[in-house]
Ligand binder design. Structure first.
Ligand code: NAD
Length: 497
């Protein structure tokens, strides 16, 4: 069976280590290939290639960097269906959703194509007599990216196009669950003209991650994944003097006020709750119904769930695919049992779902749980599966309090026809990304993405303007051309005149 190679210094490199993992097709439960777990030497060799490439890439002209990014964009665009298909085969999400993932990643590449504009500094003339001052943004150096399984194409593309555009070199450690699309992207970057060593891939697990976190030649780390690991990455990386942004888990609440358009809210709740089998960090996992909203909304949600087609993501009729692994499927199912034992009402139980012809696949049907209370584990923890919990509250203020008391603050949404209520919500809610009658408010590539509280460790959000700041260091220059009037030794602190 095939073992995927790493990608080091512009070419595939077979692993010399003996540790490896299985890559499943989640729809069939079969192992399709193996993924190597990099040794420390292999990680060192990728970092070495990135360090060497940095010597010239940091000096590459903006024109050169722009050209390769445009070429990469064209290649990605031409091959996006192949990438999407590979993504469905290893992640399980339905093909149309995989196409959407690739498209949203491409938008970051398009943003990075404008790097010449993004990297402009500032200039002030005559800060003192005949003295000018200006600022430059320069690359931070070797950047490492560590990414999760749920967006194997898009999340790495939140990182490397911008990091490379800014003149850095990159080592990516993608998720070991669905690693193949990363190698496809590496090949396209090389074809687009990205020089050897500028983009490297090491596959692996904690051994590879720990080496990236502690290696003295890695200058910055972008991480996206679960909160316990994000916290570990942030603490370890910063202890080793690296700039770190670490995006963590989520529990996104969708508040439905009694005046909302209930058909719109039901469509949104089902789409955002069960799309990609709930394995999105921006999935809606808690519906907060205010006043009498639940009684109007829940029948509409039940109708829509009854119509959902769960199956192999490559079947065009499927709307929801399997979960990533059997172990994860069992964990998600255990939350449903836990909710029932804690006193919540399981209105729809997806654990009974069978997908004909795919009996060994990791399928779990949509689950809807009503009367969930804030002290229950299913409310407090991230489930990351097709489980939508309903918490009923009396007032708008109760809804706000609930969200503010939760440990996560990645995204949230409000559904209402009252502009004043929506305006109040956007102003006072303490969450990083907010939707108004929009359930999955993922920012465009020219804004930045990030949550608050336990959903992000670090100061800057990812991609967009924050991404440019994260991948560059600021340098300020003060410039005076020699002028005979200002000769002579002066031990005083420089003053502006
Ligand atoms: P994960 O935290 O298990 O893994 C993420 C990465 O960390 C992987 O590359 C993995 O190999 C590595 N890793 C795992 N355990 C490690 C350890 N002990 N030490 C060092 N490295 C380790 O996350 P996942 O299951 O792949 O992805 C799902 C999680 O990612 C969810 O919690 C989801 O909310 C989160 N996520 C967040 C965002 C966001 O933008 N905030 C986006 C996507 C996913």
């Amino acid at each position: 069976m095939e073992t995927l190679p790493h990608w080091i210094n512009g070419r595939p490199q077979s692993s010399k280590g003996d540790r490896k993992g299985d890559v499943f097709n989640p729809a069939t439960g079969e192992v399709q290939k193996h993924v190597p777990y990099a040794t420390v030497d292999e990680v060192d060799s990728a970092i070495g290639a990135a360090s060497k490439a940095l010597e010239s890439w940091r000096h590459a002209s903006l024109a050169t960097r722009t050209r390769v990014l445009f070429a990469f964009r064209e290649l990605m665009n031409t091959h996006k269906d192949e990438i999407a298909k590979q993504l469905t085969l290893e992640h399980g999400k339905v093909f149309s959703d995989a196409q959407g993932e690739v498209q949203r990643g491409l938008e970051v590449v398009e943003f990075a194509c404008g790097l010449a504009h993004l990297l402009k500094g500032e200039i002030s003339e005559n800060v003192s007599t005949d003295v000018d001052s200006y600022s430059l943004r320069q690359p931070v150096g070797v950047v490492a990216g560590i990414t999760p399984f749920n967006f194997p194409a898009m999340v790495p593309m939140w990182m490397y196009p911008l990091a490379i555009a800014c003149g850095n070199t990159f080592v990516l450690k993608p998720s070991e669950r669905d690693p193949s699309v990363t190698n496809m992207c590496a090949e396209m970057l090389a074809k687009a003209g990205v020089p050897e060593g500028v983009f490297n891939v090491v596959h692996g697990d904690k051994v590879a991650v720990d080496r990236l976190l502690t290696h003295p030649e890695v200058n910055a780390i972008s991480f996206v994944g679960s909160t316990p690991i994000a916290k570990y990455i942030y603490e370890t990386g910063t202890q080793h003097n690296k700039r770190v942004q670490a995006l963590g888990g989520a529990k996104n609440h969708m508040v439905v006020l009694p005046d909302a358009d209930m058909d719109l809210a039901a469509d949104a709740a089902v789409g955002a709750g069960y799309g990609s089998a709930g394995e999105r960090c921006m999935a809606i996992s808690v519906l907060v119904t205010v006043g009498g909203a639940a009684d109007k909304l829940l029948p509409k949600i039940r109708e829509r769930i009854a119509e959902l087609k769960v199956g192999n993501g490559l079947d065009p009729a499927s709307q929801m695919g399997p979960l990533i692994t059997r172990q994860h499927m069992e964990k998600v199912a255990s939350y449903v049992a836990q909710g029932a034992s804690e006193g919540a009402d399981v209105l729809i139980d997806g654990r009974t779902l069978k997908v004909p012809g795919h009996e060994r696949g990791f399928f779990l049907g949509p689950c809807l749980i009503d009367n969930v209370a804030p002290n229950m584990r299913i409310y407090q923890e991230e489930i990351f599966g097709p489980v939508l919990s309903v918490v009923r509250v009396e007032t708008y203020d109760d809804a706000i309090r609930l969200i503010h008391e939760h440990q996560y603050a990645n995204g949230t949404a409000i559904f209402t026809n009252d502009g004043g209520a929506a305006r109040k919500f956007q102003h006072e809610i303490r969450v990083g990304m907010v939707g108004i009658n929009v359930p999955i408010p993922v920012p465009m590539a020219y804004y930045s993405f990030g949550g608050w509280k336990q959903s992000l460790f670090g100061d800057l959000h990812i991609y967009g303007p924050d991404g440019v700041k994260f991948y560059t260091r600021n340098k300020v220059i003060i410039n005076r051309w020699p002028d005979p009037r200002f000769r002579g030794v002066d031990l005083g602190f420089p003053q502006n005149r």
